[in-house]
Design a protein around this ligand. Structure first.
Ligand SMILES: Cc1cc2nc3c(=O)[nH]c(=O)nc-3n(C[C@H](O)[C@H](O)[C@H](O)COP(=O)(O)O)c2cc1C
Length: 372
C-alpha cells in the first residue's frame, strides 16, 4: 500500500504525525483530549470505532485500526446464549486477532449467570474489555429482554452488572441509549447503577430506543449522564464529520467519541477527529488511497472460514459503504453488487479507478457525488 499516515512516525499519544504544523486547539478543553482510563486499559486517543453487526469483524476492525486515530474497537454484539451454548458462528464473532488491542467484546442477553459466564469466555478469548449491550433496539433482541429493553428493567440490569463484575478481572463497560422513550430517559440512573457495580466506562447513543435511528442524536442529553457518574462517558450518534465530533463533545461534556456510520463512509474519520483534537490538520486521503484501502480490505477478507456466498455478501455490504461519496458511486456499486467473485470485484474496482485516473480525478470524494 502507498504510505499511510499510520506508517509514518507517530506522536506521543500514538497518532500519526502529519506535515501540518501544530496549532492550538482552543475549541475543546484539554480533559476531552486526554486518554480514557478504563480500569487497567488506556484508550488513546479517546476515539472509538462503534460496534456494528455484520461489519465490525476482525478484518474491518484491523483495517480501521491500521489507519490510526482509533483508540478502541468493539466487536459486533455477541449473544450470551450462543456463546455459552458453544455456537460456532457466535464464537467466531467474538474472535480477536493477536495484534488488535485494546479491543472490547460486546455481549448481550438477559440472564445474569449466562452474561457472567459469557464475560469469562470473552476474557479467556483475549478481550481487554467486556462491553454490555443495553442499546440494541431490535424487536427480536428486545423480546428476549435484552439490548435496550434492559433500560426498562433497572433491577435486572443491575443484577447483570453485578454478576459480570464478580466474574471477570478485565474491566467491563456498558453501551446504552438515552432511555426507552422520551418519557423514560433514565440513562443517568442506569449509568449510575453500572458505575456502582464496577463498570469503568459508559457509552451513550444519544437517542431513545423508540427513536431507533430517526431524528437527530441529542448530544446535549448525554450531559446528564456525565453529571451522574465519575467514570468516563463516551458520546455516540451522528458523528459524521470532525466538526460533529467537536460539537458532540462540547454539547455533552463527554470524555470521548464513538463513531460508526461516519467511519463506514469515511474510514479516516477517527484519525481526522483524533488529529483535530490534538490540534493538527486532519489528514485528507487521496483517491488512490481509497482504492488501496478497498483492495486491502478485500485481500484480508478473502481469507476465513465463511461460506463463499456469506463472505461475498459481507464484502459487498462493506464495499457499499466504502464507495459512498465517490463519483458515479451508484454505478460502481451496481457493478460490484453484480460481481460473482472476489476477483471480479477487484477487476471492476480497478477499471473504475483507472477511468477516474484517466479523467484526471484525484479529489473526488464528496457527499454530493452520491446523488448522481
Ligand atoms: C449496521 C449497524 C449495526 C450495528 N450493530 C450494533 C451492535 O452490534 N452493537 C451495538 O451496541 N450497536 C450497534 N449498532 C449501533 C452503533 O454502534 C451506533 O450506536 C449507532 O449506529 C449510532 O452511531 P453512529 O451514528 O456513529 O453510527 C449498529 C449500527 C449499525 C448501523
Amino acid at each position: 500500500m502507498t504510505q499511510n499516515p499510520s506508517d509514518r512516525d507517530t506522536t506521543s499519544n500514538g497518532l500519526p504525525a502529519t506535515s501540518a504544523s501544530k496549532r492550538p486547539t482552543d475549541r475543546i478543553p484539554p480533559d476531552m483530549r486526554s486518554p480514557l482510563a478504563v480500569g487497567s486499559v488506556t484508550i488513546v486517543p479517546p476515539c472509538i470505532l462503534a460496534p456494528m453487526e455484520g461489519i465490525t469483524d476482525r478484518h474491518y476492525r484491523r483495517l480501521i485500526r491500521s489507519l490510526g486515530g482509533c483508540g478502541l474497537t468493539v466487536t459486533e454484539f455477541v449473544s450470551s446464549e450462543g456463546l455459552t451454548r458453544d455456537a460456532r458462528r457466535v464464537k467466531e464473532t467474538a474472535e480477536i486477532d493477536q495484534d488488535e488491542h485494546p479491543v472490547a467484546v460486546q455481549i448481550y442477553g438477559s440472564d445474569p449467570a449466562r452474561m457472567a459466564e459469557s464475560a469469562v469466555r470473552c476474557q479467556q478469548m483475549g478481550a481487554d474489555i467486556v462491553d454490555l449491550n443495553l442499546g440494541c433496539p431490535s424487536k427480536s433482541v428486545n423480546q428476549g429482554k435484552s439490548g435496550a429493553y434492559l433500560m426498562r428493567e433497572p433491577e435486572l440490569a443491575a443484577r447483570i452488572f453485578e454478576a459480570v463484575a464478580a466474574a471477570v478481572t478485565v474491566p467491563f463497560t456498558v453501551k446504552m441509549r438515552l432511555g426507552w422513550d422520551d418519557d423514560h430517559r433514565n440513562a443517568p440512573q442506569i449509568a449510575h447503577l453500572a458505575e456502582s457495580a464496577g463498570a469503568r466506562m459508559v457509552t451513550v447513543h444519544a437517542r431513545t430506543r423508540m427513536a431507533m435511528y430517526s431524528g437527530r442524536a441529542q448530544w446535549e442529553a448525554v450531559r446528564e449522564v456525565v453529571e451522574a457518574v465519575r467514570i468516563p462517558v463516551v458520546v455516540n450518534g451522528d458523528i459524521l464529520t470532525v466538526p460533529d465530533a467537536h460539537r458532540a463533545l462540547r454539547a455533552s461534556g463527554a470524555s470521548g467519541v464513538m463513531a460508526g456510520r461516519g467511519v463506514l463512509r469515511n474510514p479516516w474519520l477517527l484519525l481526522q477527529i483524533a488529529q483535530s483534537l490534538e490540534g493538527t490538520e486532519p489528514f485528507e486521503p487521496a483517491l488512490e488511497l481509497r482504492h488501496e484501502l478497498i483492495v486491502t480490505y478485500l485481500d484480508r477478507r478473502a481469507v476465513g472460514f465463511d461460506r463463499v456466498d456469506v463472505r461475498l455478501g459481507r464484502i459487498k455490504k462493506v464495499l457499499g459503504f466504502l464507495t459512498k461519496g465517490l463519483p458515479w458511486g451508484a454505478r460502481l456499486r451496481t457493478s460490484l453488487f453484480r460481481s460473482g467473485s472476489e476477483e471480479e470485484l477487484k477487476r471492476n474496482l480497478a477499471d473504475y479507478f483507472d477511468r477516474l485516473r484517466r479523467d484526471g480525478r484525484t479529489d473526488a470524494f464528496s457527499a454530493s457525488h452520491d446523488e448522481r
